[in-house]
Write a protein that binds this ligand. Structure first.
Ligand code: AMP
Length: 301
């Protein structure tokens, strides 16, 4: 019988699940010795399209694609959702296989942070702003785990989402300051059809909280529209956004900020592209979102 037509892509090897950092390091050393390049996408799991978009970006950037799946305890403060953070390893593994991931690095916290651990990476300025103001240990935990993942996975390139804009800035700065020989790539925010930025934490929302959650992306869109109609005053733009968000009784604002996209320092007027970022609690769920506000004259110039 002659079969013609569709050729299905076949994975040459099943995904490798590596649990121990010593095994991951040994594999990374061997791959590098063979002249292979490595791309890393760090995640905390409970994967969604946002994560998968980063894997697709990374897949084309190196020979070997490693995804790490680790809910990092040091980036959660006391009273935050470390224990409740959603997990579904089997589903995550299936999704990774579908994206052609070569290695899923899935360590236990006790293997990453061994007894006696006491070394942290912290930045002086970037963590002061935005999320860092209400999550004082968060970026120290992020910078520390990302450094450890870089030392364990030994990637040539690592891909992070612009959804966590401040995190991306912290990592870029750290890599530059510490002379880490790793290319950092940022991937755009992936949204649901209604505009809600995808997040593992969206799983916490019930259906009645969903309209309130949409106020984040709506307020960003509204700010861009106001800017285009001539409103450049940051206080006025923030007031309009806050008004929209607080029109939903389930919401509480952590921050609404418009700032310099490089330093994250507050600005008074939007005359150049500026970062608008916000963090809002919807019920008990803390959501973040951001966009680059672009004044009309700088979009055309
Ligand atoms: P997390 O598992 O939440 O730590 O996220 C892992 C990576 O996925 C980070 O680099 C995030 O910025 C990125 N990410 C999370 N949500 C999105 C999204 N909606 N669009 C693009 N990237 C995302």
């Amino acid at each position: 019988m002659i079969v013609t037509g569709v050729i299905f892509p076949v994975r040459e090897a099943p995904i490798d699940i590596i649990a121990l950092k010593s095994d991951m390091q040994a594999r990374a050393n061997s791959l590098r010795h063979q002249g292979k390049t490595i791309a890393l996408v760090p995640t905390m799991g409970y994967l969604h399209e946002g994560h998968l978009s980063l894997m697709r970006l990374a897949r084309d950037m190196a020979d070997i694609l490693v995804v790490s799946l680790f809910v990092n305890p040091t980036q959660f403060g006391p009273g935050e959702d470390l224990a409740a953070y959603p997990r579904n390893f089997d589903h995550d593994r299936e999704l990774c296989m579908g994206e052609g991931v070569d290695i899923l690095f899935h360590p236990e916290a006790g293997n990453i942070y061994e007894p006696g651990f006491q070394t942290f990476i912290s930045l002086e300025k970037l963590p002061v702003y935005l999320c860092g103001a209400s999550r004082p240990v968060h970026f120290r935990g992020v910078a520390t785990i990302v450094t450890k993942l870089f030392n364990i996975v030994k990637p040539h390139v690592a891909v992070f989402g612009q959804k966590d804009y401040q995190q991306l800035m912290v990592i870029r700065r750290m890599v530059q300051d510490m002379d880490m020989d790793i290319r950092i790539v940022g991937g755009p925010i992936v949204r649901e059809a209604d505009g809600l930025a995808m997040s593992s934490r969206n799983a916490y929302l019930n259906s009645s909280q969903r309209p309130a959650a949409l106020s984040l992306s709506r307020s960003l869109q509204q700010a861009q529209a106001l800017l285009e109609s001539g409103q450049t005053d940051v206080a006025a733009l923030i007031a309009s956004a806050s008004h929209l968000i607080l029109s939903f009784p389930e919401t509480a604002i952590d921050y609404v900020a418009i700032c310099d996209p490089d330093t994250l320092e507050n600005i008074k007027a939007v005359t150049l592209p500026a970062l608008m970022a916000l963090a809002v609690r919807v019920g008990k769920t803390r959501l973040i979102d951001n966009t680059m506000l672009v004044p009309p004259q700088s979009a055309t110039s």
